[in-house]
Design a protein around this ligand. Structure first.
Ligand code: BGC
Ligand code: BGC
Length: 593
C-alpha cells in the first residue's frame, strides 16, 4: 500500500501475500448481470464487465456510478482490499449509456484519417466513462479488415495496416491522457489479437442469434509471415502508445484458436513485442479452444499466456476448474503468478489503490455539449463524397429540399451496432440529432420530409435527399454475403427521383455497399455510421465545411470482390481505398477505377 514504492515492488509484495484462491479470483472477469457485489468480493473477483447492453436500471450516469462503486466498495472490504477494474465496450463513445455522445463508428474515424481528431474523440470518451465510474475501455479495435463482408468492418479504422496503427495509437493516447494514473483517463485495450479481419469467407464455425456466421470467429488462412505483416504493426504502435491491455481474437490461424496459441501470445506479443501489460480473453473465448472440454480449454488458454479470463458468467466453474488444474500441475503455477503480477501492475499504475473511484458528481460530462461538438466535427470530416455533378453541392440556401428515407430521422439507424445494446436497434434509443432535425434547423420551411418518399401529388423541389441505410448489427450477425441495402430504402430513390431536379443519396452503412440503383444519383455521400450528431452532415451538405473524407476501404464492384489482401487497388473495385471528392469534384486521393 506504500505509494512511494515502484509498481513492480508493490505488485511483487502483494502477490507474495495472496492465496491461490485470491490469485484465481484476480484472474476472473465476470459480467455484472451474473454476479452481485457481495458474491464478487467473496470470490475475490478481479474484474467486472458490462457486456453490450449491460447497463443498470435506470440507465443513467448516476446509476452507473453507483453500480461500479458497489462492486468497488465490496472489493475494498476483502482481506487484501484489491480494487476491481470495471470494463466496458466504449467503442464509439461510452455507447451503452443513454444520453452519452455517440461518435462516428471507427470506419468514419478512418475516413477522416485525422489522428489528432481520433485522439480528441477518445479523450472525450474517457471523460464520459469516468463520469460513470468506469476506467477501462475494451477498445480501440485495431483490426485490419481485409474483407468488408465481415460484420465488424465498421469497428475497424480501415484496410491499411499503417493507417490502423496510427489511428489506434492516437485513440490510446486520447483514452490514457498524460498517463494511466491521471484523472479522467481510461485504460485502453488493443483488440483483437491477432488476425482480426483476416478470416476467410465461409471459415467460421460459430453462430449467433440469427444463425451461422460467415467470417466472424473464422480462420486466417495465411502463413505466419503474412499474418504478422498485416496485423502485428498496430499492436507494436499500441504498446508504444502505452497500451497495457490486449484482448485476444476469437479467430483461428491454421494452427488453431488464437486463444490457445502460446507462440502468438507469449513468444510474439509478450516476448518479441515486449508487452508488459496483461492479456484478456474474449467473451467465453477460452471455452472454444478445445471444443467440449472446459478444463483442457482453460489449461491451454492460460498456459498460452492469457492473464485475465472474460469468463463471463459461470465463475464457480471457472474458479474450481483452474484450481484443480493448478493442483494437478496441468496449469503452471508460474503462469498464475505471472498473470496476477501483470494484472496488479496495471491496477497500481492506474492508481486504483489510492483512488479506487473517479471523482463523483460529474454526470453532466455524459453527452456534454463540448463532446457533441467534437462528434459533429468528426461526422463532417468523415463524410465521403463519392460522386457529384455541376454545382449541386453545397446545397445553397433558398433551395427547396425534399428529404426521405428511414435512416433520415432515426438515431438508432445512424448509430449502428454497439449502441445502448450489443446489436443496436432502430428508433429513438438515445438523445441526439438526426439528419432530419439537423436539416430542419437550417432550412426551416424549405425542407419537406417523408420517411417513405410519399409526398403529396404535385410536389416539386430543386433538390431531393434520400437516405439509404444498413440496419444495425454487430459482430457475426452483420456478416453479409450480399452487401445489399434494404430494398425498401432503394425503392424510395425511384419515388423521389421524378419530383426533384437533382438527387443526393446519403448512404449510412458500416462499410461500402453494392450501390446498384444508388449509382444513378447526381451526388452520393457515404456517411458511414455517424452516431448521434448528424449536424456534422449538414455542415458539409450545406457548405459550412468542405468535404475532406476519403474511403478507408476499397469499394468492391461485387461481393466476390470484397477480399482485398494481395490485390491491386482497382482490381474488382469501383473506388480504390483513399478515394474521395470535394464538392467541386476535385480528387482528394486516387481516381475512381
Ligand atoms: C466481443 C468483444 C467485446 C466483448 C465484451 C465480445 O463478443 O468480441 O469485442 O469486448 O464481447 O462485450
Ligand atoms: C453481450 C456482448 C457480447 C456477446 C458475445 C452479448 O450477449 O451483450 O457484450 O459481446 O454477447 O456473444
Amino acid at each position: 500500500m506504500d505509494a512511494g514504492k515502484s509498481v513492480d515492488e508493490r505488485a511483487g509484495a502483494l502477490l507474495g501475500q495472496m492465496t491461490l484462491d485470491e490469485k484465481i479470483g484476480e484472474m476472473a472477469q465476470i459480467e455484472k448481470n451474473a454476479i452481485d457485489a457481495r458474491t464478487s468480493a467473496a470470490f475475490n473477483v478481479g474484474s467486472i464487465l458490462s457486456g453490450g447492453g449491460g447497463y443498470p436500471d435506470p440507465n443513467t450516469p448516476q446509476a452507473w456510478y453507483d453500480m461500479v462503486k458497489s462492486y468497488q466498495d465490496a472489493a475494498l472490504g476483502t482481506r487484501l482490499g484489491i480494487p476491481i477494474l470495471y470494463g466496458v465496450d466504449a467503442v464509439h463513445g461510452h455507447n451503452n449509456v443513454a444520453g452519452a455522445t455517440m461518435f462516428p463508428q471507427n470506419v468514419g474515424i478512418g475516413a477522416t484519417n485525422d489522428p489528432a481528431l481520433a485522439q480528441q474523440v477518445c479523450a472525450a470518451t474517457a471523460a464520459e466513462m469516468n463520469a460513470t465510474g468506469v476506467r477501462w475501455d475494451f477498445g480501440p479495435v485495431v483490426a485490419v479488415p481485409q474483407d468488408i463482408r465481415w460484420g465488424r468492418t465498421f469497428e475497424g479504422y480501415g484496410e491499411r495496416t499503417d493507417q490502423v496503427a496510427t489511428l489506434g495509437a492516437a485513440c490510446i493516447k486520447g483514452l490514457q491522457g498524460s498517463g494511466l494514473g491521471a484523472d479522467d483517463t481510461s485504460a485502453a485495450t488493443a483488440k483483437h489479437f491477432i488476425g482480426d479481419g483476416g478470416t476467410a469467407f465461409g471459415s467460421s464455425t460459430s453462430s449467433g442469434p440469427n444463425g451461422p456466421y460467415l467470417l466472424d470467429q473464422g480462420v486466417d488462412q495465411v502463413d505466419e509471415a503474412t499474418l504478422l505483416k498485416l496485423f502485428l504493426p498496430p499492436y507494436r504502435s499500441a504498446i508504444d502508445a502505452g497500451a497495457r491491455i490486449v484482448m485476444v481474437s476469437y479467430s483461428s490461424t491454421t494452427a488453431g484458436k488464437v486463444h490457445g496459441d502460446r507462440h502468438l501470445i507469449t513468444d510474439i506479443l509478450k516476448g518479441q513485442l515486449g508487452f508488459i501489460g496483461f492479456v484478456l480473453s474474449d467473451w467465453g473465448g477460452v471455452d472454444q479452444v478445445v471444443p467440449g472440454n472446459y478444463s483442457a480449454s482453460l489449461e491451454q488458454g492460460i498456459n498460452a499466456g492469457i492473464d485475465m479470463v472474460m469468463v463471463p458468467t459461470d465463475y464457480v466453474r471457472f474458479i474450481t476448474t483452474v484450481k484443480s488444474g493448478v493442483q494437478a500441475g496441468t496449469i503452471e503455477q508460474e503462469r498464475i503468478d505471472d498473470a496476477v503480477r501483470r494484472i496488479l501492475r496495471v491496477k497500481f499504475e492506474m492508481g486504483l489503490f489510492e483512488k479506487p473511484m473517479p471523482a463523483a458528481g460529474k454526470a453532466s460530462d455524459v453527452g456534454a455539449d463540448a463532446h457533441r461538438a467534437i462528434a459533429r466535427t468528426a461526422v463532417a470530416q468523415s463524410a465521403v463524397l463519392l460522386k457529384t455533378s455541376g454545382n449541386l453541392l453545397p446545397i445553397t440556401s433558398g433551395r427547396k429540399v425534399l428529404l426521405a428515407g428511414q435512416g433520415a430521422d432515426d438515431i438508432g439507424i445512424q448509430s449502428g451496432g454497439w449502441t445502448i445494446t450489443w446489436q443496436g436497434s432502430e428508433g429513438e434509443i438515445t438523445r441526439g440529432t438526426t439528419l432530419r432535425a439537423a436539416l430542419a434547423a437550417r432550412l426551416g420551411g424549405n425542407l419537406a420530409f417523408d420517411r417513405n418518399g410519399a409526398f403529396p401529388t404535385g410536389t416539386k423541389a430543386e433538390v431531393g435527399i434520400v437516405v439509404v441505410a444498413e440496419r444495425p448489427y454487430a459482430e457475426g450477425v452483420g456478416d453479409s454475403s450480399t452487401l445489399q441495402l434494404p430494398d425498401n430504402d432503394v425503392a424510395v430513390i425511384a419515388k423521389v427521383r421524378p419530383l426533384v431536379k437533382s438527387l443526393v443519396v446519403v448512404v449510412m452503412s458500416g462499410r461500402p455497399v453494392i450501390l446498384g440503383d444508388v449509382a444513378s444519383a447526381d451526388a452520393i455521400v457515404e456517411a458511414w455510421l455517424p452516431g448521434t450528431e448528424a449536424s456534422g452532415l449538414t455542415d458539409v451538405l450545406l457548405g459550412d465545411k468542405p468535404f475532406v473524407g476519403t474511403t478507408p476501404y476499397t469499394w468492391p464492384k461485387a461481393p466476390a470482390d470484397a477480399p482485398r489482401s494481395g490485390k491491386a487497388p482497382c482490381d474488382g473495385a469501383v473506388y480504390p481505398v483513399g478515394y474521395g471528392l470535394d464538392s467541386t469534384s476535385k480528387l482528394l486521393g486516387p481516381p475512381a477505377c
